[in-house]
Design a binder for this molecule. Structure first.
Ligand SMILES: [Zn+2]
Length: 150
């Protein structure tokens, strides 16, 4: 195991990674989850390790989405199988950047609720059209990166 720099001990030290219940406050909502903490084996002080911090942030964000029912990135991608980004942005009405959502930025609850409605619509369209002509859709999908039935 590589040693890490401890700012308390002012040298590289051996360290321990423990699981710990963490509480984040995201947009005023308390989110608790089991995250990880890195401590110095000599002074027991906390050591910051970027990978662990990122892992904790991701866990916290996922939990927040679950608690509030915020739409997930994968679900936004499903919408984009039916609608273009411009169409989605027009529909949801809130000033937003779908590109950033696809990169993992979390939509507000309001935008997320709107996106969920669109997702429902999109799924309805796929089902209805798929019902009567699946083969035709497959061909269209191959021909266009986005297909639209609006
Ligand atoms: Zn230390």
């Amino acid at each position: 195991m590589n040693r890490l720099y401890c700012f308390e001990c002012k040298r590289k030290v051996n360290y321990t990674i423990n699981e710990k219940e963490m509480i984040y406050i995201i947009n005023g909502v308390n989110i608790s989850f089991i995250g990880k903490e890195v401590t110095c084996n000599y002074c027991n002080g906390l050591i910051s390790l970027r990978d662990i911090t990122n892992e904790n942030i991701k866990k916290g964000n996922d939990k927040y989405r679950d608690v509030l029912g915020i739409i997930k990135t994968e679900e936004i991608k499903e919408i984009l199988e039916v609608y273009t980004i411009t169409q989605v942005e027009e529909k949801i009405g809130c000033k937003t950047i779908i590109d950033n959502y696809l990169k993992g930025l979390m939509p507000t609850k309001e935008c997320s609720d709107n996106l969920r409605k669109i997702l429902k619509e999109a799924k309805g369209k796929i089902f209805r059209i798929g019902d009567w002509n699946k083969d035709w859709i497959k061909k269209q999908r191959l021909r266009f990166s986005f297909y639209k039935f609006v």
